[in-house]
Ligand binder design. Structure first.
Ligand code: NAP
Length: 232
């Protein structure tokens, strides 16, 4: 079942949209991404430690989006069945979730949205020794998995809403083609994705989340985000 991202973009030349499993798709960010991709015709698998929980999370999405292709499954089978996998779990669950799906990801793109927040000081940057969560994922999974980091700086509430936020998404990854595929998935839902360099640069995206949390607090909002402006 393992395929590279090129074949998943266009399996057997069919032009079909790739299926996306969302590990942690029962949560705030994952369910928002599921909704946005599903409404654009991407087959989605909501993945959870509990199949029942995944089934319950899929129900309201199916009700909102009749005709969308939304399935539910446990973590490992969902990762096995999908062509692309997204990871949206709290940092404390990052290592354990990756261990649960390791082996099912070979040859695939893993989109890692994890921010290494360490409660209660979530407004302070606290990056892990490897540099960032996305690099930890790559080290754990090995080079046969194309880890791409994205979505650390977008508020889940905004993705859950019908109107998308006016903010951009930084996309980091060592495999340029995989990074471009993820930018395509971001642009498919109406957001702007920026190629932000190698996976190690995800340290900057992950750190910025604490900066945005501080701005949210200061201005009494929930959805501070980033916008890149190109100079001339
Ligand atoms: N929320 C946001 O606005 C936002 C924005 C940008 C980035 N992020 C980042 O995206 C990731 C997900 O954030 P979120 O707010 O969506 O998280 P969340 O709703 O708290 O959790 C997402 C899912 O992760 C699983 N999970 C939670 N705790 C776990 C644990 N201790 N062990 C194993 N699995 C656990 C649960 O899935 P099951 O129980 O179904 O397995 C849960 O539904 C985080 O790293 C966060 O920093 C969040």
């Amino acid at each position: 079942m393992a395929q590279n991202h090129r074949s998943t973009e266009n399996p057997q030349g069919s032009g079909a949209k790739p299926s996306i499993a969302i590990l942690g798709g029962t949560g705030a960010l994952g369910s928002g991404l599921a909704k946005q991709w599903a409404r654009r015709g991407y087959p989605i698998i909501i993945a959870s430690r509990s199949r029942d929980k995944a089934v319950k999370a899929a129900e309201p999405l199916r009700a909102q989006l009749p005709g969308a292709h939304i399935e539910a499954d446990e973590l490992a089978p969902a990762a096995q069945r999908a062509q692309i996998v997204a990871l949206t779990v709290p940092y404390e669950a990052h290592h354990g979730t990756l261990m649960a799906v390791r082996g099912a990801l070979d040859g695939k793109i893993l989109i890692d949205a994890t921010v290494p927040l360490k409660p209660p000081k979530v407004g302070t940057v606290q990056l892990p020794a490897a540099g960032c969560a996305a690099v930890e994922a790559q080290q754990l999974l090995g080079p046969q998995v194309k880890v791409v980091s994205a979505f650390q700086n977008i508020a889940a509430e905004k993705l859950a809403a019908d109107e998308l936020p006016e903010c951009d998404v930084l996309v980091c990854g060592d495999d340029v083609a995989a990074r471009d595929t993820v930018i395509g998935l971001i642009e498919a839902i109406g957001l702007k994705g920026w190629p932000a360099g190698p996976l190690a640069n995800s340290a900057a995206s992950e750190a910025l989340t604490s900066v945005l949390i501080q701005i949210n607090r200061k201005f009494g909002v929930k959805g501070a985000g980033l916008r890149i402006v190109l100079g001339k």
